[in-house]
Ligand binder design. Structure first.
Ligand SMILES: O=C([O-])[C@@H](O)[C@@H](O)[C@H](O)[C@@H](O)C(=O)[O-]
Ligand SMILES: [Mg+2]
Length: 428
């Protein structure tokens, strides 16, 4: 072990495998989820025989950038994360990356270089941990908690994808159906906080759903996130109605200036994963007191170390810290869990899309990650603590090849059934 820890571990090869996994018709303000979600699985192999894993978006534009960056990383010692970042930045310099960022028009301002860097940094940390025989959380300063709380992430949804049988979650279009969805998610996973993805129906209907959740779950902290679908005036009106009912109001409107005007008028903290998504955004947001909580996400903040830098900035400016999620697989859940465990000021339950994923669809060997009482116990095995299931990887790659989806397009998918659908914000 001592030898492995002392050695250089130079990158010999980078493998990037796009995969597709089953997804449900979850509604959001720009459309509806397609039958398959895309991810890319990153394997970094060293000349010393170690392999590290990373996971990121699988959209075509992003895959092109990952491939360019991956080729440029051969020869880098996995301990030299600064050199890793320098090479990624050199490769994507000048690429503004608006195509293929995997977030369907909602988190468009994040840094292209940080999105590309993230899975390689995670894979190098996985290798570092394996070389040292220590979990990734130890490389981030050590776990301050041995389990990481996640929140129930509710979505309005159709009964099933059009033309298919209803899925196992069924329809959720009314307050009662949303409460039933929450009940089932809380019963099955034990979540202690609840988030409703809004921006789908007129705000009055979504407020009614929040009030119904409040009655059904009097002690669960609640959040609602319309992804910027409301005008400043609507956001102020709705925000005032929800003052005292929710723990934070996520992206009620778009832009730092709009959020600042809402923040002045409501007492509930405003949270964001839309107007502060890169380091450049922090200063203006703080100057305008636009947000009270930042949702970090290592997939677009540049990996685990840079997410901890963000955590330090939030601490300095007395901003709350939570965690954002897109549809993801087990490698990402492991990375999110190590990061959250080693981030003392991440005090809110983290978002995760995990319950929406088909239980058989993953690329990691089952068993290393589980939900207990709404939390994931932090893996203690070396590195991320998850192992690649090669058969599953091959299966989900085959599905990527056959599914025909190459870019996430929630709007285009919804327009197939509602041609007049217009996602332009503000919708209300
Ligand atoms: O998956 C979705 O539909 C979400 O709306 C996602 O795309 C958002 O990025 C995210 O969950 C959020 O908190 O804004
Ligand atoms: Mg959000």
């Amino acid at each position: 072990m001592r030898d492995a820890a002392m050695m250089e571990h130079r990158i010999r090869e980078v493998r990037i495998t796009p995969v597709a996994f089953r997804d449900l018709p979850l509604l959001n303000t720009v459309g509806v989820h397609e039958p398959f979600a895309l991810r890319a699985v990153i394997e970094v192999l060293t000349d010393s025989g170690l392999t590290g894993l990373g996971e990121t978006y699988g959209d075509a534009g992003h895959l092109d950038r990952l491939r360019l960056a991956g080729a440029a990383l051969v020869g880098v010692d996995v301990w030299h994360l600064n050199e890793l970042a320098r090479r990624v930045r050199a490769v994507v310099a000048g690429d503004h990356g608006t195509r293929g960022h995997g977030m369907s028009g909602m988190v468009t301002g994040s840094s292209t270089a940080d999105r590309v860097l993230s899975p390689f940094e995670v894979a190098c940390l996985d290798i570092q941990g394996k070389a040292l025989g220590r979990p990734v959380s130890d490389l981030l300063g050590g776990a301050v908690r041995d389990r990481v709380d996640y929140s129930a992430y509710l979505f309005y949804k159709w009964a099933g994808h059009p033309g298919a049988e209803p899925d196992h979650w069924g329809e959720a279009l009314t307050p009662d159906q949303i409460v039933a969805q929450a009940r089932r998610m809380v019963d099955e996973y034990g979540f202690g906080a609840i988030k409703l993805k809004g921006g789908v129906f007129p705000p009055e209907e979504e407020v009614a759903a929040i009030h119904a959740l409040r009655v059904a779950f009097p002690d669960h902290p609640l959040r609602v996130d319309p992804n910027g679908a409301w005008s400043v005036e609507t956001a102020i009106r709705v925000g005032r109605e929800l003052d005292g009912v929710i723990e934070y109001l996520e992206d009620p409107t778009t832009g730092i200036e709009g959020m600042a005007r809402v923040a002045e008028a409501v007492s509930t903290p405003l949270a964001t994963n839309m107007c502060v998504v890169a380091f450049d955004h922090v200063r203006p947001a703080v100057a305008r007191s636009a947000v009270g909580v930042v949702l970090s996400d290592h997939h677009f903040w540049g990996g685990l170390h840079r997410s901890r830098t963000l955590a330090g900035i939030c601490d300095t400016f007395a901003l709350g810290l939570s965690m954002h999620s897109n549809s993801h697989l087990g490698i990402s859940l492991a990375a999110m869990t190590h990061l959250a465990a080693a981030t003392p000021n991440l005090t809110y339950a983290c978002d995760t899309h995990w319950p929406w994923k088909h239980p058989e669809d993953d690329v990691v060997v089952p068993g290393a990650l589980r939900f207990e009482a709404g939390a994931v116990p932090v893996p203690t095995a070396p590195g991320l603590g998850v192992e690649l299931d090669r058969d599953a990887l091959a299966r989900l790659h085959e599905r990527y090849l056959s599914c025909g989806i190459r870019e996430r397009d929630d709007t285009g998918y919804l327009r197939r059934f509602e041609p007049a659908f217009d996602p332009t914000a503000p919708r209300w």
